[in-house]
Design a protein around this ligand. Structure first.
Ligand SMILES: [Ca+2]
Ligand SMILES: [Ca+2]
Length: 365
């Protein structure tokens, strides 16, 4: 691991600001090549070890991640661009794997559907291995044992490489909420009547939150020896409505062959989204909303306005060199707990992406 000093960051900042001016002039092709130039410049600098600056040493030496993907029936629902939610979830997962990270990553791949989860891949440091695993996954038609699966993943994270200080992360992609964890399994429970953060003790929502924060589904109190598991969540919702009023929802089928999940979209302002957003926030993670009728989120779009641009760049630069916290969590584009060249590189590489850059964008004074 190495660190680079802030002045170099400012040099690169100038390079990207220049490219931004090109964009304002409408010279998109030139702009794109300039961005690529800036990116390769950044990559070159990253490849050269530098003398450590006054940065505090990061607390973690590795990052341990379980990618947990919902394979339940409703994930076949189509999105605006014709892909399914499941395809979009896989793409997001692949994009995540391909983001550079300063902390070495060990990634496992799991999915859930029906009444349980599947371990598709044990922890691996090979991005190629993980990408191949993701590419091999197919969607199912069953229900959603989210609570049971998420809590089993926490146990796996907890027991992995206990001799190193690993940052622990559950990277969940889902479009629904718990509806099929077997009775008696950890984190199974009734629906909370109270909305987040006023969750009913004993509800599955309360148990999953406890499990992430304390390692124990029934203990809401902080445990000093437990490394909290961060929940990064991509949530897919809002079925597309056709002209005739019908929508694109998909049923999920129970083990008994009965449809158990009506094709009703979970509203953005509803308790499901509020809970999952709260789960991410409470654990220091991030929540990304992927609406069926909107472009999918992209890494580097820190404010989720549908465009990676100067606003995102400025946020990364303003927090450059900081650990998170105290750095702004949104500036930590790759979610590894540091705001550094890895994040800068993702912003530059994804510059202009997000599907909404054609809308009026901020102009720096
Ligand atoms: Ca943005
Ligand atoms: Ca980062």
């Amino acid at each position: 691991m190495f660190w680079v000093s802030r002045p170099e960051a400012v040099d690169l900042a100038t390079a990207v600001q220049t490219t931004f001016q090109f964009r304002e002039d409408g010279l998109v092709k030139t702009y794109t090549s300039m961005v690529r130039l800036a990116l390769s410049l950044g990559v070159c600098l990253m490849a050269v070890p530098r003398v450590a600056s006054a940065q505090p040493a990061p607390p973690y030496t590795e990052e341990h991640v379980i990618i947990l993907i919902d394979r339940s029936g409703s994930m076949v629902a189509p999105r605006l661009n014709g892909e399914t939610r499941f395809q979009a979830a896989l793409k997001r997962a692949r994009d995540y794997v391909e983001t550079v990270s300063t902390l070495p990553r060990h990634i496992a791949v799991w999915s859930f559907e029906g009444t349980s989860y599947i371990r598709h891949q044990a922890f691996s440091t090979s991005a190629t291995t993980t990408l191949n695993t993701l590419n091999s996954l197919g969607v199912g038609q069953g229900v959603t044992p989210l609570a049971f699966s998420a809590c089993a993943a926490v146990d796996e994270l907890k027991s992995y490489r206990t001799t190193v200080l690993g940052r622990k992360k559950l990277r969940l992609s889902s479009d629904g909420l718990e509806n099929s964890s077997p009775v008696g399994t950890q984190c199974q429970g009734g629906e909370s009547v109270g909305g987040y953060p006023n969750l009913d003790p004993g509800s599955w929502q309360w148990k999953v939150l406890n499990k992430l924060r304390t390692g124990d589904a029934t203990n809401p109190n902080p445990v000093p020896t437990f490394i909290q598991v961060i929940a990064d969540i991509d949530f897919f919702t809002t079925y597309i409505t056709d002209f005739n009023g019908s929508h694109s929802g998909a049923y999920e089928w129970s083990e008994k062959g009965e449809p158990t999940w009506s094709p009703v979209a979970l509203p953005v302002e509803g308790p499901a989204v509020r809970y999952l957003g709260g789960l991410s926030s409470a654990t220091g993670g991030r929540f990304s909303l992927a609406l069926d009728n909107a472009p999918a989120p992209v890494f580097g779009d820190t404010n989720q306005d549908g465009c990676v641009n100067i606003t995102d760049y400025d946020l990364v630069m303003a927090n450059f060199g900081l650990t998170v916290p105290p750095g702004n969590r949104l500036a930590d584009v790759n979610g590894d707990g540091l705001v550094d060249y890895s994040d800068y590189t993702v912003v530059v590489a994804n510059w202009g992406l997000g599907g909404r850059c054609a809308l009026p964008q901020p102009v720096r004074e």
